[in-house]
Design a protein around this ligand. Structure first.
Ligand code: FAQ
Length: 334
């Protein structure tokens, strides 16, 4: 399993806390040596809490992220596209699973994390509160949203917390396939009829700015970057990742013959980067605080899916209990 050490802390208990001075110093020295911190290791309470916050928000994002695309599985334009989209949406569910498992190694229960999501108390990525209006949006999500997700997540493969870093390795491999399938959909539309190309352009116009918001607030407004960087969780800042994303995406859009909806995008030879326009942070915070176009629908759809899946969880638990019982009686007989 990618996320677990064998001797994890028991759910509901916490990892050994390293809040006294000497242990704190030893912990920071391990971080400085780039050693992985494992679930059974002593760690500062603030480090543990930051990881639970980030990993659970990430897990929720993967699971809520299944919804905007899931609605297009039955409407995909061909059997091939349907199969690919089905596999992609399943992958996102799997990513949620690895990440909830990684969070559980820190002593929280998955149930408590899911409850917070369903109660509307937990954050997940702002991007999934926008609607998928056309088939082109499925291409755009793969190309831009998965592209941004990879840009942010590749550095997390080197994160100081072992179970999170190992989960990210597999997730990034799969996200990279997702990004390519999205680019392939957009490319097909751009090589199709004028109406198909227009559909792709209209989709990019809607998704470009929300995608840039995925990287989080400017570094100057980012509350967690300082500590997360000191603790080896965050390796590259929000603004630096956003810039890297713009730099790789501008030439891709030019290759496709699409225009990014920002007249300020221009190569800056002095900086060696593309300049780009101002993000609407009011919109970002509105969406993060629950007032985006789809926030209410996303949470209620998740709650409904969880309720509808109750019988599957109960059946799996009953099967596991029955198997354990028959194994135990075989042992007694032997
Ligand atoms: N949306 O101090 P910072 C995907 C919050 S997965 C909502 O900068 P930090 C796969 C932040 O939580 C996409 N909230 O925070 C897929 C904090 O609030 P808090 C998710 C946001 O943690 C593709 C506050 O603002 N990826 O797409 C956002 O240092 C396609 C202050 O911010 C991850 O979760 C936002 N965009 O940096 C699935 C990657 N940005 O907790 C389906 C892991 C910030 O104090 C289809 N996470 N906030 O109440 C990270 O790398 C970091 O957590 C950041 C934020 C970079 C997201």
């Amino acid at each position: 399993m990618y996320t677990q050490a064998f001797d994890i802390v028991v759910a509901g208990e916490t990892s050994p806390v390293a809040d006294d001075g000497d242990v704190q110093t030893a912990f920071l020295a391990r971080i400085a040596r780039d050693e992985k911190i494992e679930p059974q290791d002593a760690m500062p309470e603030a480090y543990r809490k930051t990881l639970i916050r980030q990993i659970s928000q990430h897990a929720h994002s993967e699971v809520v992220g299944m919804l905007p695309e899931g609605g297009w599985i039955t409407r995909a334009p061909s059997l091939k596209r349907k199969e690919i989209l089905l596999a992609k949406v399943q992958d996102e569910g799997g990513h949620g699973l690895y990440l909830y498992s990684a969070a559980e190694t820190l002593g929280v229960t998955r149930e408590s994390l899911v409850e917070a999501l369903h109660a509307g108390k937990a954050k997940y990525s702002s991007i999934f509160n926008y609607p998928t209006e056309t088939w082109a949006d499925i291409g755009t999500i793969g190309w831009l949203v998965d592209g941004a997700a990879i840009m942010n997540q590749v550095p997390l493969c080197r994160c100081s917390y072992g179970p999170y870093a190992r989960a990210m390795i597999r997730i990034c491999k799969e996200e990279s396939f997702h990004q390519r399938q999205g680019f392939d959909i957009v490319r097909s539309l751009c090589e199709g009829t004028p109406a198909q190309k227009a559909m792709a352009q209209e989709s990019i116009n809607r998704w470009w700015w929300p995608t840039l918001m995925m990287f989080g607030p400017h570094d100057s407004d980012s509350t967690h970057t300082g500590e997360a960087t000191d603790w080896g969780i965050k390796r590259i800042s929000n603004d630096a990742l956003r810039q890297k994303f713009v730099d790789v995406t501008v030439p891709q859009a030019a290759f496709l013959g699409l225009t990014l909806p920002d007249s300020a995008i221009m190569w800056n030879a002095e900086r060696g980067h593309y300049d780009f326009g101002k993000i609407d942070w009011d919109e970002f915070w509105r969406v993060v605080k629950g007032d985006g176009p789809c926030n209410a629908a996303r949470v209620s759809d998740r709650v409904a899916a969880f309720d509808e899946g109750r019988w599957v969880r109960e059946a799996a638990a009953a099967h596991a209990a029955k198997s354990a019982l028959s194994k135990a009686s075989l042992k007694v007989a032997a």
